[in-house]
Design a protein. Sequence first.
Length: 519
Amino acid sequence: MRKFRRIVPTLTMLALTAATAKAADTAAPPPASSPNIELMTLKLMLEKGVISQAEFDSALRDLSDTSGAKAADSQNIVIGKWSATLYGFAEADYIFDSTESFSDLPGAGQVARPGTYAANNLRSQFSIRNSRFGFRFRAPPYHGIRASAVLESDFFGDWAAPTYNAATGQPTENQFFTSPVPRIRHFYLKIEKAGFELLFGQTWHLFGWQDAYHPNSVQPQGLPGQLYARTPQLRVTKTFATRDVTFDMALGAMRPPQRDSAIPEGEGALHFAINNWTATQTLGATGTRVAPASIAVSGDVRAVAIPDFPTATTKSTYDIGKVAGSIAVDAFVPIIPASAEHMGNSLAILGEFVDGQGIADLYTGFASGVGFPTVANPTGLATATVYNPQIDAGIATINPATQAVSFVELRTVRAGLQYYFPGLDGKLWISANYANVNVPNASTFVTTTTTPAMGTTPAKTTSNATTLRSTLNFFDVNVMGDVTPAVRLGIEYAYYRDQYADGVSGTDHRVQGAAYYIF
């Protein structure tokens, strides 16, 4: 009996061991290891060594226009050695204008001529179309080569203003404001190594060293007199940096403003910054950062090839080519310095001067009133000859008498200041901007038409000087502040005075409030 009692536990243990071994043999193999998925800020990624200082600086440059210094705290999805950043802001605008001249994005559009219906009536608009979102993707370095890509959109992708004609597929006022269409702002990839940067895709023009000198304003950019444009391009930049200064040289081949010219637009720029002389700066409405004193000189060369202007009986047979050149000088100067640790009690001025030809498309919504002449139809043909210049309006025109191409000239001066109040670490500030936009050769586009007397109807002479723009003067004042690290409020007063070629001036007063949630 005692022997039996000793055998039973032994047999039980052997049975359990055998069962365990059998289960281990039939169990599924352990899952393969998968890359860790983590959420980290850019700052934490730098501290943990996930990214280098060069990768961190590159990311801040890409996000500065939208997030400014807050980009360092942007959340990244980190998968193994790869990462992606979601960023942007939600914006709500409340706008009042003293005329019916502008939509929610005024840009450098013309003020309604005095005496017209639009000039004599008020306008109120609510809009969310300037809201923005983007993704920045980063690959792990490969033999010292860093690669990244940016996709960024906003909601200005439909028409510039409501058309009230839904039957043609163009937006009604309700559709325009409540169902805006996304558009691409930036879509590019970068390759960086040893101070060199190759960029392929759509981003800011090099001309004006955008976006480093964009002014602060509550209303959507660009302001009158502000270079503000993006385009597909191929660009190379070389940076020489020390602890005290940074020097950049860049060359780019841009999408030609007229594809039929067959010649890419060429741009080049030099940029010099003093790294230890800094002040607080806000790009647009949300890109608050600490920026160094700097100056940039840039140039633009573009060509057009416009079809020969026909007579009433002949069609165009060849292209008339012409090349235009432009220059821009930009500067940012700290007056009362600031640092990343102390962003308050900071004062800085910035400015831009441009002298150019055929660059109307580099300004937001710029309208000069200059168009192409119509083909004469003295015999009253039922089907008149139609002239197609095959180029966007406002860049150039043609003199039908001399067959000469004339570029629309532009000379702009813009200046601004930003002051951040003490004791609040840059969370409350005031800014002001002034711009003068001049079309030096506006008078050369003035034409007159005389209708001969017929019976009791006297002869009549009309001129296009009533629609041609001569000069535009603009100024605004903005007060902005952060309620929380994510929520920003702002209010702006803006004044536009637009002068036509016949000396008549129109004015518009705009008051705009805005709220932003920055992520």
